[in-house]
Structure formats: structure tokens, C-alpha cells
Design a protein around this ligand. Structure first.
Ligand code: AMP
Length: 537
């Protein structure tokens, strides 16, 4: 029997229209490069987005065309987030930290027709200009950085471009399965791969983000996404904030320490989100300076949130770190680690251990962990297996097709993350498959070792990689960055590791190396490929 329900498509323009109808007076705030603060309302945002939609149409953008952004987090970027998919074009958010070869590759691969670019970021595109001939126009967004824009051909300013559109509200019918956006994986092996999000997947992902057991975005929250809008759509937070009517605060380039703390305080931000390295720096800053923050939740993902950091924020500042896991391929929110009601009386020790796990799948997502033969591993919190996922916002293929390494024959996505699952359904990542270290035939989890080292309050960051060893096959090497003004005592680190690692797993004392910084990838994760290369050299 068929239901009697309407076949109502889940598409982005309906989120946009609701924001105008229900939250026209809600604020959107941007702190630009020159520290000026721009405030406008969802009502103003709606009008400008309509104009932008018409300007795109009048400039020749057609359904299916890819239109790229090369921008930080600000209000114009939000307008592009909605205008491009709302005219059935495809929003391609380019990671501004990619190397020239990767940039060239993805711009050509996506066939970007226009690129909307922050003035201060134009030099990166100028460098690859001869290689990206398919781009017809560059629209320059004045990010109020005191710098010269690079000379790109066929440019127009964002405000001039907007003036090509009028205020006529025109929404065409959109099939919910049509492409709304495209992101490329960071491509740690081989070329980046394209993941295409549909209107439906984006809409459903937004709903999961808004749920209380998701990231809990509701109208009463003030949300500041630190995670860049060029990294997996800022984890879907801009879309979900507009869906809920949250006050949105965009930090532009003010992403660290004092700049970020001042904005969190001034705008009374309640929820923020970003990778652990950002919060490490903020934690050190908050320890030394006093702010009156309304912040109650920090969503942390992209890399494992160290337990020490979770404990520190909660005990010192009463701020909860909400640990989440995801990938470009999963839109990205896959799992979130909320404590359950029955855990409230657990000891601190046990509660923090649970917070440090990557959590349980959000409603809509299914997860499994399997061994090399594809058999589910026991949910005992200790047997590792590869994490498989499926769900309405998990990619079913890449733009380049379906590969055997990435999908099981029955359609689960193979994440490449090695995890353990426990009796309550919580997942914990023990490693990336390719980052595992094999010592005397046994695996060592680099993530476990990093977390234990980072629990030391004098240590800001630690990354563990394997080096070749004639006896042990591979041996762990720990790169450690001390907190400013502190010194690292390798012996102390070594002794501390003894509490959780067997003798044969421990690094040699000389393999505990102090460095001033750990190289990071374009999305702020420890760049282990680079670290391994450094070791080989
Ligand atoms: P990306 O597609 O660039 O977002 O990278 C996805 C990968 O980041 C995942 O496969 C994980 O290896 C890693 N990752 C994401 N979130 C977490 C987390 N909370 N803890 C540990 N690793 C994470």
C-alpha cells in the first residue's frame, strides 16, 4: 500500500525560505580581517541571496554547472552556500590550503565555471592561472584585508556581481537527488576524489546536526563555526544553523587565541566547532587570560580529541567538549559522543574515557567494524576492526566511480579507520589503517599513544609515527611539542607510557623527540605522511 503523504522534496531553498519567514530578525555577524564587525539579519541575508541567485542566472550559470568558492568563513560565503544550489548549480568549496598541483587538479576536475575568491586569497589562484583555463570569471570578495589583490583576468567585485541580479523571487522545482555541492577528499594517497552531496543528503544531514543527540543546534544557540567553510561544508553547521535559526557568528581569519576568545565573548557564543589544535591553543590562552564566556559546547572532530583537553575544558571552564567523527564521504557527521543518562553517576575516570571515544552513530547512520575477512568483530571494546558505514548522507560512490577498496560488495562504505566498538554501541578510533605501527608482528595504536602523551599538561601536541627498525620491524617515534615555557623530559614521557603500553611497544628514549611544531595537513590534522618522510631523510 502506498502512503497518502505528499512527495515533498527535501531541498535547500526550503531552508532558506523558512529562515526568512520565521527568523527574519535573527543576526548574522562577521568579523572581517580588519577587525570590523558586520551585522545583518536573516531577512537581509535572504534578500541578498535572492539577488545573488538572479545574478548567477543572468551571468550564464546553468543547472549542473560547478561554481566554486575560495573563501574563509563569512557572510558572503553563506550567501553562496544557498544561492548556488538554489539555482540547481553545484557549490564547490575549495580548500584554500591545498598545494598548487592539487588546486589545479580539482578545479579542472570539477569544471568550475566561476570562482568566488576572497581578495587576500587571490595570489594562490594567480599562480595556477595558466593551468585553469576553464574558469570563465573570478568574483572578488572584499575581505577587508589590507593587501593588494593579485591580478586575475575577467574579474568583477562581489558587490558589482550582486547588482546584476534583481529581487524577483524565483524558485524552480528541484529533484531532491540532484547535486547541491561537491567536496574533494584531502587525497592522502593518489589524487583527491570527488564526493557529490545531494539536496536530500544535505537536508537530512542538517536535521541530524540539529537533533539534541546530534550537535544540538537550536534557535536559542549562538553558533561560531571555526571549522572552515571549505572543509566538508564546515561540518554542515552553516546549513544547519540557518535551518534552526541560530544566531551565526563568522570569524573570518580570527581563528586562534585572543582573536577567537574576544569574539566568543563579545557575541555571547554558546556553541563552537573545530579541530583539536584550535582548542589546544584556546585552552592555553584561556588559562592565562580571563573572559566571560557563555560557551557551553565545543564540537571537536577531524582528529581525535585528546582526553586531557576534554577534562581540562570541563574542569577549568565548565565547557563540554562534544567529540564527533566524520569524513568528507559522510557529509561529515557520522558519530557523536554524548554521555547517556545512565552514565551520569559514573566516576570521572569512566566518564572522561567515554567522552574521548568518537561516540555512537547519529540517527540515520549505521556502523559496523569488520576484520580482514569482512566478519563483524565482537563489541567488546577491545577487538579492532575496520569501520564500515552506510546511511542517507554517506556517499555511495565517488565522482570517479565505485572502487573495490572503498565499498563492500553489499554497499557499505569502507572508512579505512580502525576502531573498537563496545557494548553500548560507542566507537573508538584506534588508528587509520595506514598509520598503524607494526612492532614484532603486533599492531600499536598511534592514536592511543598520542592521547596518553598529550594527557601531560606540559605537552601541547604529540604525533606518533613508525620508523623502520631492523629488530622490531617498525618502532614508534613520538614528536612532542611542549607548552610555551615548558621543557620535555623524555624519561617522564617514557615512564608515563609504561602505564598503558607493554615493554615491547615503548619507544626508545631517543625516539621521543621535542619539536617546535608538528606539520599539519591542509585541514589541520597531523601530517603523518610528511613526518614519515622527515624520518626517512
Ligand atoms: P576528512 O575527510 O579530511 O574529514 O578526514 C576524515 C578522517 O579524519 C577520518 O577517516 C578519520 O581518520 C579522521 N577523523 C575524523 N574525525 C575524527 C575523530 N573525532 N577522531 C579521530 N579521527 C578522526
Amino acid at each position: 500500500m502506498r502512503s497518502t503523504m505528499m512527495d515533498y522534496p527535501l531541498v535547500l531553498p526550503s531552508i532558506l525560505r523558512r529562515a526568512k519567514e520565521v527568523h527574519p530578525h535573527k543576526e548574522i555577524v562577521t568579523k572581517w580581517h580588519d577587525n570590523s564587525v558586520q551585522r545583518y539579519t536573516y531577512g537581509d541575508f535572504y534578500k541578498r541571496t535572492i539577488r545573488l541567485m538572479n545574478a548567477l542566472r543572468n551571468s550564464g550559470v546553468r543547472p549542473g554547472d560547478a561554481v566554486a568558492t575560495f573563501c574563509l568563513n563569512h557572510s558572503a560565503h553563506l550567501e553562496l552556500y544557498f544561492a548556488i544550489p538554489s539555482i540547481k548549480a553545484v557549490l564547490h568549496t575549495i580548500n584554500v590550503r591545498l598545494f598548487p598541483e592539487q588546486l589545479t587538479y580539482i578545479i579542472n576536475e570539477a569544471k568550475d565555471k566561476f570562482i568566488f575568491v576572497d581578495k587576500s586569497l587571490t595570489p594562490a589562484l594567480e599562480k595556477i592561472l595558466p593551468e585553469i583555463k576553464g574558469v570563465e570569471k573570478f568574483v572578488i570578495i572584499d575581505d577587508k584585508e589590507n593587501c593588494e589583490a593579485a591580478s586575475l583576468p575577467n574579474t568583477i567585485t562581489y558587490e558589482e556581481f550582486l547588482s546584476k541580479g534583481d529581487d524577483t523571487e524565483r524558485f524552480e522545482v528541484i529533484d531532491e537527488l540532484e547535486a547541491a555541492g561537491i567536496c574533494y577528499t584531502s587525497g592522502t594517497t593518489g589524487n583527491p576524489k570527488g564526493v557529490i552531496y545531494s539536496h536530500r543528503s544535505t537536508y537530512l544531514h542538517c536535521m541530524a546536526v540539529c537533533m539534541g543527540d546530534g550537535l544540538g543546534l537550536s534557535e536559542k544557540e549562538v553558533v561560531l563555526p571555526v571549522v572552515p567553510m571549505f572543509h566538508v561544508n564546515s561540518w554542515g553547521i552553516p546549513f544547519a544553523s540557518v535551518m534552526s535559526g541560530c544566531k551565526l557568528v563568522f570569524p573570518g581569519k580570527h581563528l586562534l587565541g585572543a582573536g577567537l576568545a574576544e569574539l566568543l565573548e563579545a557575541e555571547e557564543v554558546t556553541i563552537t566547532a573545530g579541530v583539536p589544535t584550535v582548542w589546544n591553543v584556546l585552552y592555553q590562552h584561556l588559562k592565562k587570560n580571563s573572559y566571560k564566556l557563555k560557551l557551553h559546547t565545543m564540537v571537536v572532530g577531524g582528529s581525535a580529541a585528546p582526553r586531557g583537553l576534554i577534562e581540562g575544558f570541563e574542569k577549568d571552564f565548565g565547557i563540554e567538549i562534544l567529540h564527533a567523527w566524520g569524513m568528507t564521504e559522510t557529509s561529515p557527521i557520522g558519530t557523536v559522543s554524548h554521555l547517556r543518562s545512565f552514565m551520569k553517576d559514573w566516576s570521572d575516570e569512566k566518564r572522561f574515557a567515554y567522552r574521548a571515544k568518537q561516540g555512537v552513530p547519529v540517527t540515520g547512520v549505521e556502523i559496523r567494524a569488520v576484520d580482514d575477512d569482512g566478519v563483524d568483530v565482537p563489541k567488546d571494546g577491545k577487538t579492532p576492526g575496520e569501520l564500515l558505514v552506510r546511511g542517507p548522507w554517506i556517499t555511495g560512490s565517488y565522482r570517479e566511480g565505485v572502487s573495490k577498496e572503498s565499498f563492500t560488495p553489499d554497499g557499505w562504505f569502507r572508512t579505512g579507520d580502525v576502531v573498537v566498538l563496545d557494548e553500548y554501541g560507542y566507537m573508538q578510533i584506534t588508528d587509520r589503517k595506514k598509520d598503524l605501527i607494526k612492532t614484532r608482528g603486533e599492531w600499536i595504536s598511534s592514536v592511543d599513544m598520542e592521547n596518553l602523551v598529550m594527557a601531560d599538561p606540559d605537552i601541547l601536541e604529540a604525533a606518533v609515527v613508525g620508523r623502520k627498525d631492523s629488530v622490531r620491524e617498525e618502532a614508534p617515534v613520538i614528536f612532542v611539542v611542549p607548552v610555551e615555557g615548558k621543557k620535555i623530559d623524555a624519561k617522564r614521557v617514557h615512564d608515563h607510557l609504561k602505564s598503558n603500553f607493554a615493554h615491547w611497544q615503548l619507544p626508545k628514549l631517543e625516539d621521543i623527540r621535542t619539536v617546535t611544531a608538528i606539520p599539519k595537513t591542509s585541514v589541520g590534522k597531523f601530517d603523518k605522511k610528511n613526518l614519515r618522510k622527515l624520518l626517512e631523510e
